[in-house]
Ligand binder design. Structure first.
Ligand SMILES: [Zn+2]
Length: 421
């Protein structure tokens, strides 16, 4: 099967993993004041030779169609729920409103637990099981926790999820429904502290990060996002000009960028997209503006885009932007909720608030003249609006009760929806 995985190295200094403490980040960079995740390393010489000779090495579907690009041994049976193979939709109507003729969304809400985290979790949980994990753990505000819980269920291993009380009940129920043991801690930092102790004391395998300041998630799992790039490339027949991804700790942003780099390394494309980090409070945007070599902290508070509403980005996110000559843009709650409604009411896609920040960022960059009308753009929609419908409901009228006659119907439609019949 030509598995090409050869090891793990630091994203910043390139030093190989010295011990098995992969989830703590690079100790050398930490000594120098940088908090940096590891990345996987591959030797694609055989694979690229095959491609050059006209062979088609990828078969099957979804994330595991590209298993030669994953850090998983050939004989390992994947823990899968048929994730991936999501639609790439051309948004003609919304694109026209935004002044963009080639605007696409990669609709990741079609995944098994309705978010793109399924790609990460399929790979991370498969790797954990391959390495003999007896239990897995995660800190999450929802999507990542739900996906981890579902894949733990498939793997048949216990899963402990650390979350925070403010997370919507829908998310908590979803995580518990898969059989995960879900607990909330008083503060976000508490859950990392506790999780770190569990990893150390009980050898539970972490599927998310727990290091503070943050470095990002399980590096093996991040490779699951590479399949997004390959699916986009195969469908468009080329790499787009921009790919926009909602970003906090930037697992998705970095994973998609890694996939794009793989496409180039395999000789499939010379052109690569510029990556766009869609943020709430703009840590990476500030970092680029200040030309800082490490992520800078910004003020943050609770947001409708709670899953990405952090105050500090990660080195991996910054490196994806720097390597791709990319951009970062923010989306406040008002802009986000307006875009959620616009996407649903013009294109029929009801996406999670955090998801549509990828479109808000593109829209603002277009207005600023940094994106041109005919640029080919893919915005990643990371999850469905049904994860938090209560927030959407605040922006909509209460469903009115209508008397069963046409005159009252006419009055009510006019009053509540400005619709005349
Ligand atoms: Zn390092």
């Amino acid at each position: 099967m030509l598995n090409s995985f050869i090891g793990v190295e630091c994203i910043r200094c390139g030093r190989p993993l010295a011990d098995n403490l992969i989830f703590n980040g690079c100790p050398h960079c930490k000594d120098e004041g940088y908090n940096v995740n590891y990345k996987t390393k591959y030797n694609y010489s055989k694979l690229s030779k095959m491609i050059k000779e006209g062979e088609k090495p990828f078969s099957g579907k979804g994330v595991w169609r590209y298993r030669q690009l994953l850090p998983i041994k050939d004989h390992t049976v994947p823990i899968t729920l048929d994730e991936g193979d999501t639609p790439l939709r051309h948004l003609k109507k919304l694109g026209k409103q935004l002044g963009l003729s080639n605007l696409y969304v990669k609709d990741e809400s079609r995944n098994p637990t309705w978010s793109y985290k399924d790609r990460l979790c399929s790979v991370a949980v498969t790797k954990a099981v391959e390495d003999g994990a007896e239990a897995i753990t995660i800190s999450s505000t929802g999507n990542h926790g739900a996906a981890t819980a579902a894949y733990a269920a498939v793997a048949g291993i216990p899963c402990v999820v650390f979350t925070i009380p403010q997370v919507p009940d829908t998310m908590k129920t979803l995580m518990q429904s898969y059989g995960a043991f879900v607990v909330a801690t008083p503060t976000p930092i508490d859950r990392w502290t506790l999780m770190k102790q569990c990893v150390k004391e009980f050898n539970w395998v972490p599927i998310s990060g727990y290091v503070s300041p943050p470095i990002g998630s399980n590096p093996y799992g991040i490779d699951g996002y590479k399949s997004i790039s390959f699916e986009i490339f195969e469908e468009l027949g080329e790499a787009p000009d921009f790919v926009s991804v909602p970003a906090a700790y930037s697992d998705g942003l970095y994973g998609v960028w890694s996939g794009m780099r793989d496409l180039r390394e395999l000789g499939l494309t010379e052109k690569l997209p510029k990556m766009v980090a869609a943020e709430v409070f703009g840590s990476l945007r500030a970092t680029l503006q200040e030309k800082s070599t490490k992520p800078v902290s910004v003020d943050a508070e609770w947001s409708v885009s709670f899953s990405i509403a952090g105050s500090l980005g990660t080195y991996q996110g910054l490196s994806a932007l720097k390597e791709s000559d990319g951009l970062a843009e923010t989306s406040n709650d008002d802009e986000t909720m307006k875009m959620q409604k616009a996407l649903a009411s013009t294109e029929g896609l009801y996406a999670e608030a955090a998801s549509v920040t990828s479109l808000v960022a593109i829209s603002k960059l277009r207005k600023a003249g940094k994106i041109q009308e005919d640029d080919k753009i893919v915005a990643v929609i990371t999850s469905t609006g049904l994860k938090d419908p209560a927030e959407t409901a605040k922006y909509l009228p209460k469903v009115p009760l209508v008397e069963p006659n046409l005159s009252n119907l006419s009055k009510v439609l006019k009053e509540y929806y400005s619709f005349g019949i």
